[in-house]
Ligand binder design. Sequence first.
Ligand code: PGA
Length: 243
Amino acid sequence: MRKPVIAGNWKMHMTCSMAKAYIDSFLPLLRDDLIDRTIVLAPPFTALSTMSELIAGVSLELSSQNVHWEKKGAFTAEISPEMLLEHHVKYAIVGHSEPRKYFSESDEQINKRALSAQQNGLIPIVCVGETDQQREMGEAERVIRRQVEQGLEGILTSQLVVAYEPIWAIGTGKTCEAEEANRICSLIRKWVDFEDLIIQYGGSVKPDNIDQLMSMSDIDGVLVGGASLDPKSFARIANYQEI
Ligand code: PGA
């Protein structure tokens, strides 16, 4: 049985006071029978402490947007697993297309981050996905397979979430067709060779496409950017009902 994971990635948005206002409006909008799914929010580092206090006793989990592979040291701008665990963080997003693109993160670095997350009791959410150019050239599967094989080397598949995020669908309003997203997710499951692997889809997920996406056989959740910034939209996404 795969329990869906619905995650909101706030990226570089939200101060602590904005996070408080968000949680105040978000929690009352959640249905109270959501035990069949896990709901996760990934605020910026500066809001983790506030968020962990705000959601104490609520069935909502926290994710970080990164994690380093060393326990401590001279790594300016990085964050260690221990720093995250202090704030009850449970998941760590690694390999998102933005650090891949803007900071040239390699599959090797992403693998080190994911391994470090697991070794310290965090569940990595490892993002993979192709650019529009790679898709047009018929290279999507090869690119994703390489990201999966290199990014997940040595990773324990039972403590893992993989997010399939076609880069051309992120922040563009262009969602990947549910059937195509499902096809890629089923390929990822085959390559990883673990039937119970949790695989999310990400890329312009919204209240009006969530129900269809979640009805797909191999989509076990979503990683949401823009639409997770509005408590009403993200609550609708978290309250999804398969169609
Ligand atoms: P989006 O972002 O929902 O705004 O397309 C998704 C993501 O970056 O994970």
